[in-house]
Design a protein around this ligand. Structure first.
Ligand code: GTP
Ligand code: PEP
Length: 211
């Protein structure tokens, strides 16, 4: 059975604010999301990818890759989980597909990583992948017909576990656990091999004369 995957992408304004003053930060955040979604779309176990975003530039580029875009009116409170719920509601139109939520900030992700994670997730009604630090969440899974309530945010691993999401046995260094939040995370992602969109965005930023 195939998986429908929801990817929330904040977009402009404000994407990846914790990256600080890296050049072209929002372009770079868009590139992280494009690399994440390209890996998902190339994974044989993935049927559909739903990108939830209010950003029209992100939306256009995601559609060109082959993702389906779910538009978002940013909610005033807890906008990330509101966006994920919106994507999951659209994904539920195929009641036979399993469902996953994966954050759009995994620029090193490969189709092989995705298939490995989905294979592990198939063994549990609800499961999750903690971020490398161990306190957050990069992915959430539920088999077809099983309720999935997203509770992303600080400390989300504990909350997802309390909801019955079993942490999948992947090492902290696994690419699917390495979300890029800070400049140090970015340096490490580049060292280990970020995707083509991220490398291209960085090359463009490097050529721009500094202000
Ligand atoms: N659609 C949508 N996605 C969001 C929203 N907030 C965060 N995300 C996405 O959720 C994932 C994890 O979020 P964060 O790591 O906090 O990313 P971020 O909000 O861009 O980063 P910071 O500004 O540094 O907190 C990323 O793919 C974000 O693009 C939102 O309000 N709407
Ligand atoms: C959204 C989350 O974390 P961060 O914003 O730190 O990536 C999370 O771990 O649920």
């Amino acid at each position: 059975m195939s998986w429908s995957v929801v990817v929330p992408v904040k977009g402009r304004p404000g994407a990846k604010s914790r990256l600080g003053d890296v050049p072209d930060r929002e372009q770079l955040a868009e590139a992280f999301a494009l690399d994440t979604v390209a890996a998902l779309l190339a994974a044989p176990a993935v049927g559909r990818v739903y990108v939830v975003t209010p950003d029209l530039s992100v939306a256009r580029r995601m559609e060109a890759l082959g993702a389906e875009v779910v538009p978002e009116d940013r909610a005033e409170s807890d906008p990330l989980n509101a966006a994920v719920r919106r994507g999951l509601a659209v994904a539920r139109t195929d009641p036979h597909a399993h469902r996953a939520v994966i954050t759009g900030d995994l620029p090193e992700l490969t189709p092989g990583d995705v298939d490995q994670a989905l294979r592990l997730a198939s063994a549990h009604r609800r499961s999750m992948i903690p971020d490398a630090e161990g306190t957050g969440t990069t992915a959430l899974f539920a088999l077809a017909g099983v309720r999935l309530t997203p509770r992303f945010g600080a400390g989300s691993r504990a909350v997802h576990e309390a909801d019955g999401h079993v942490p999948l046995p992947l090492p902290a260094a696994a690419r699917i656990r390495r979300d890029v939040d800070t400049a140090d995370d970015l340096a490490e992602a580049l060292r280990l091999g970020a995707g083509v969109h991220t490398r291209a965005a960085l090359a463009v930023a490097a050529q721009r004369p500094s202000a």
